[in-house]
Design a protein around this ligand. Sequence first.
Ligand SMILES: [Zn+2]
Ligand SMILES: [Zn+2]
Length: 244
Amino acid sequence: MAKKLIGYGNFFCWNCGNRIEKGKKMCPFCSSKYGGEDRYGNVSALGAGGTGWSNNTAHPCFKQYYKNSQRYGLIWLIGISILVPAVLLLSGEIKLEAEGIMVMVGVIAVFWSIGLIFLFKNRGDKTAWDGIVEDKKTFQKSRSRKDREGRKYRESYTEYVVYIRKQNNDIFELMEEDSAQYDYFNIGDYLHYHGDKWLHYIEKYDKSLDTTIFCASCRSICDIRDNYCERCGCILLKGGKHVL
Ligand SMILES: [Zn+2]
Ligand SMILES: [Zn+2]
């Protein structure tokens, strides 16, 4: 149960999606191999993603993932609410008197308000749209940061932007500080944004030339030959079989 809560290693079979134990070489349900060069046999990545929209977007795993992350978030919040006052009391930072109790209540209230907003906020736009990748650009930027002694310094970073033209002609800017999605989307790609209650994911129409795919729930980068995300067990939104 504790292992289940913190999450570690490979948890789910990449082929059948069943929960498995770490350290196994082969899935006890479907006999798929986990490691090694022959994990996929002679199946090539090219074409494995298929072409066309996935018909698994209504799969119950997306709702399940969302509900689970809310549940784990609440468990963490409760844990912190016990741990922080305990540490403050034991270290002698605060005492069990009116002022000390006020401080503790204040600290816990801050944790809870941030935590609840984070857990129950709307994850992005709820309206679905279609679009085409029009451009990609990188920007070198810098920002001010503070080190552990409180001294300010400039930190430079790269901003990766993918420009998507939506069907209503608006431009949607997909902005990130790592290149994962920037590398995944190519100019000319036809896309669909799934904006329903549990799923917030930009799907590519033609996945046949890709070697990787993002998990729509936990955003892990998976091999395109996988059917399920090894980390969270959600089904990967691949297209139909690609016919050459
Ligand atoms: Zn399996
Ligand atoms: Zn996942």
